[in-house]
Ligand binder design. Structure first.
Ligand SMILES: [Zn+2]
Length: 177
């Protein structure tokens, strides 16, 4: 054990280079719907610290609340702390709660594990160019996508607790709070 508060990745998955972006997480064998794929770890840091780390290391933080994020503290921790699944506009996993991720359908061996970041990211500073190649690709993914009624409908029951609470509170239609 390294002492770093790392993430859990299913032993059915492997990290390897991805056609979508950098490294990706792939199913090494068939994974049934509902199985836990990963549990996110990291140091609990204030949002401003997380965004500063992201600017230096490359976007590896994970939001817990509007004010608190999980993040690696330096490059040496990235491999342990980051799960390495990419965003995809046609995903096959979704969050359960805030840090657990499970398969939303049966996943075949060799498939890349993809999560639509609309289900986990809801801060306005966030922006990602997507090249996932899906027919449903939004091209640009932002921290405000969760406000979109079509996406709220599509991912009903598959948002992180943080985002679901915002949707339930009816805050989706407001501009940045
Ligand atoms: Zn896409």
């Amino acid at each position: 054990m390294s002492g770093i508060p790392g993430s859990y990745r299913s032993p059915r998955c492997v990290v390897r280079p991805s056609g979508v972006h950098g490294s990706g997480l792939f199913a090494a064998e068939p994974i049934p719907q509902g199985e836990v794929i990963a549990i996110r770890g990291g140091h609990i840091v204030p949002k401003a610290v997380a965004l500063d780390i992201d600017a230096r290391l490359g976007g590896y933080s994970h939001p817990l609340t509007d004010d608190w994020f999980l993040a690696p503290l330096d490059a040496s921790e990235v491999e342990d702390v980051v799960i390495f699944f990419n965003h995809g506009c046609t995903p096959n996993i979704a969050p359960q709660g805030q840090v657990v991720f499970a398969a939303t359908r049966d996943i075949a061996a060799g498939e890349e594990i993809l999560c639509d970041y609309v289900t986990i990211v809801c801060y306005p500073e966030y922006k990602l160019q997507c090249r996932c190649g899906s027919a449903e690709c939004r091209s640009v993914v932002t921290g405000d996508d969760w406000r979109t009624p079509e996406l709220q409908q599509r991912y009903r029951g598959r948002f992180s607790t943080q985002i679901q609470q915002k949707i339930d509170a009816g805050r989706g239609g407001e501009s940045h709070e």
